[in-house]
Design a protein around this ligand. Structure first.
Ligand code: GTP
Length: 247
């Protein structure tokens, strides 16, 4: 199995890991999983794959159901709270698997915490094989360890899967100097280095995830998931995004 994958389609990023927050699955609700929103996201992923031939794997957070850090802040033991957060990401992974398969996209869920009755365990080489066969692999349960975020889990899987980029789908179309919702003068960046993000504390994702992406030289592409077709546009270099890399 080749470790390096070339792009038969001329795409800059042939294999990507798409990281979305658990909140992206809530839709208009304040908690939980909105199936219509999951379907919309599934269509976005299916459309981008069909149009570009990109290989896409997915990591979804768990904050729509439970956040380990908030649990710890309210007095829970941190490892226990993080375990609950990781279980939340498995629910989200299964919801997205269901949505993707509803529209005919083949998927496999692999979990960092063994839960053999409901999904596969994470096996790196098997996950690569699934992707080569055109399946969307959804990685659940973060790194399988407490004290890490799903951003770090996503960075780890992106590196293990030899992804050409990690795409972070957010509420806004890139990285800004301040929160653009509260600050109309916030400046949007087209490009940043990893060091810019770390030194200026731009909070794109947590520092350990950014450091791992820097060490493995995998660009982070931040874009908005709100506009229909945004993933396809960014993959083909048309849509707005901020690219974080050292080149
Ligand atoms: P190929 O070998 O490439 O055909 O991959 P495959 O995933 O189709 O093969 P396999 O026969 O291993 O899996 C068939 C189905 O069982 C797939 O839906 C897998 O996701 C599922 N599956 C495989 N291993 C496990 C597991 O450990 N737990 C659970 N719950 N499902 C599994």
């Amino acid at each position: 199995m080749p470790d390096d994958i070339s792009s038969p389609t001329g795409l800059k990023y042939q294999r990507i890991l798409l990281k979305i927050s658990g909140e992206a699955l809530m839709g208009p609700a304040e908690y939980g999983i909105d199936t219509t929103t999951c379907l919309r996201l599934a269509e976005e992923i299916a459309g981008a794959r069909a149009a570009t031939g990109a290989e896409i794997c997915l990591v979804i957070g768990g904050g729509n159901i439970f956040r380990g850090l908030s649990g710890a802040a309210s007095g829970m033991e941190r490892s226990q709270a993080d375990s609950m957060g990781m279980l939340a990401t498995i629910m989200n992974a299964l919801a997205m698997q269901s949505a993707l398969e509803t529209i005919g996209v083949q998927t496999r869920v692999q979990s960092g915490i063994r839960m053999d009755e409901i999904c596969e365990p994470f096996i790196r080489r098997r996950a690569i094989r699934h992707m080569e066969k055109g399946r969307v692999v959804i990685f659940a349960a973060g790194t399988g360890n407490p004290y890490f975020t799903t951003d770090t889990g996503a960075a780890l899987r992106a590196a293990e899967m030899h992804c050409h980029a990690m795409f972070k789908g957010t509420q806004v179309d890139g990285v800004y100097s301040a929160d653009p919702k509260n600050n109309p003068d916030a400046q949007r960046y087209d490009r940043l280095t990893y060091q810019d993000v770390l030194a200026r504390d731009l909070r794109v994702m947590d520092a350990s995830a950014v450091s791992l992406m820097r060490d493995t030289n995998i660009p982070i592409v931040v874009f908005s998931l709100h506009k229909k077709g945004a993933l396809q546009d960014v993959l083909t270099g048309k849509g707005p995004s901020t690219v974080i890399s050292d080149t």
